[in-house]
Design a protein around this ligand. Structure first.
Ligand SMILES: [Zn+2]
Length: 334
């Protein structure tokens, strides 16, 4: 019963939202409402707990844009209009998200009454300009296209060049599997660079675990600088090299300590070439030393994971490239 009530409520807000949009003579397309509001193309949509208005707009200068964004982020906006979030897409779309409660449409109406005249005041351009390049339509033909849930006025040539760019990215994404090898090599170099501060700080007798963060970072940087391929395997390659590098940094630190002891004559029976053997023997014989080494390693790895975890998210985003579609909304030319 409660469920039914909820559905009915939702339907009601849906209807009033349509009424709201019909004030602006908006049309429906693919589950959203779109139309021109005071010279700007606006797409209205709603989801669980929010309503949003995406405005296609270009600004005369980046400073004007920054000033407006700062105005929109002010806490008074949330209080007065229930404006919850502002997103500026690189395609020239400004998305305004409103917290959805009874009465939100009234607040949105008030916001629109302030916002669109304000946009004109600061010299922003709307439907007469392409949402991709920000230039007027003039000689180049344009049309309304639906992309990522927003209806936009765009040059046909701009859509073509965006498509080409994405196709190129896709190609780079899928091409040249051997680039994983280059990334691996770059990651190893990065790992060595990152392991040196670890070894030195350890030798000096300070806590080193946090330097794992640096190792994760240098491994990732090395992988990318040498042209390693983005993709799922990237994460595993970087993880493997990072584990090896943390271990290397730890053992290198012990190595430096032993080398110093040999140089000072504290270990008269040993030579530098015996250092690796000495470390291995100590790990086997001395359980305290083994425990301390493992503890450092584990803490280092935890910090390193913090450094490289972002890669997983990047990989997901990289995988999504190319799913963007541009759908014709109306045959009209702009
Ligand atoms: Zn354009």
């Amino acid at each position: 019963m409660k469920q039914l009530q909820k559905q009915e409520d939702h339907l009601m807000t849906g209807i009033s939202y349509k009424k709201f949009s019909s004030q602006y003579n908006m049309k429906s397309f693919s589950g959203v409402q779109y139309g021109e509001v005071q010279g700007f193309l606006v797409t209205l949509s709603e989801g669980a707990g929010y309503k949003s208005a995406s405005v296609c707009v270009s600004f005369p200068t980046p400073e004007v844009e920054q000033t407006l964004l700062a105005e929109l982020y002010a806490p008074e906006m949330a209080k007065q209009y229930r404006l919850q979030g502002v997103q500026r897409m690189n395609t020239g779309v400004l998305t305004l998200v409103f917290y959805d409660n009874p009465g939100t449409l009234k607040r949105m109406q008030a916001f629109f009454n302030w916002f669109f005249p304000h946009l004109r005041e600061i010299g922003a351009q709307g439907v007469s300009h392409c949402a991709i390049c920000g230039q007027p339509f003039g000689e180049l033909p344009g049309s309304l296209k639906f992309c990522n849930g927003v209806v936009m006025p765009v040059h046909d040539s701009c859509v073509q060049s965006v498509k080409r760019e994405i196709a190129q990215e896709m190609e780079e994404f899928h091409a040249e599997p051997k680039q994983y090898g280059r990334g691996f090599f770059g990651g190893l170099l990065g790992g060595i660079v990152g392991a040196i501060p670890w070894a030195i700080v350890y030798y000096l007798g300070y806590f080193v675990g946090w330097l794992g963060l640096l190792i994760g970072f240098t491994v990732k940087k090395g992988y990318e600088l040498l042209g390693g391929k983005p993709g799922r395997a990237k994460f595993w390659i970087i993880l493997l090299i990072t584990l090896l590098s943390v271990a290397f940094g730890q053992l290198l630190g012990d190595g430096i300590e032993l080398a110093k002891a040999i140089a000072d004559g504290d270990l008269p029976l040993f030579t530098y070439s015996q250092i690796p053997g000495l470390i291995i023997d100590s790990l086997i014989i001395d359980s305290d030393y083994l425990r301390a080494t493992l503890l450092n390693f584990v803490i280092g790895v935890i910090f390193a994971m913090l450094g490289i975890f972002g890669i997983l998210r990047e990989v997901k985003q990289e995988g999504r490239v190319g799913e963007i579609e541009w759908i014709d909304v109306e045959p009209t030319t702009l």
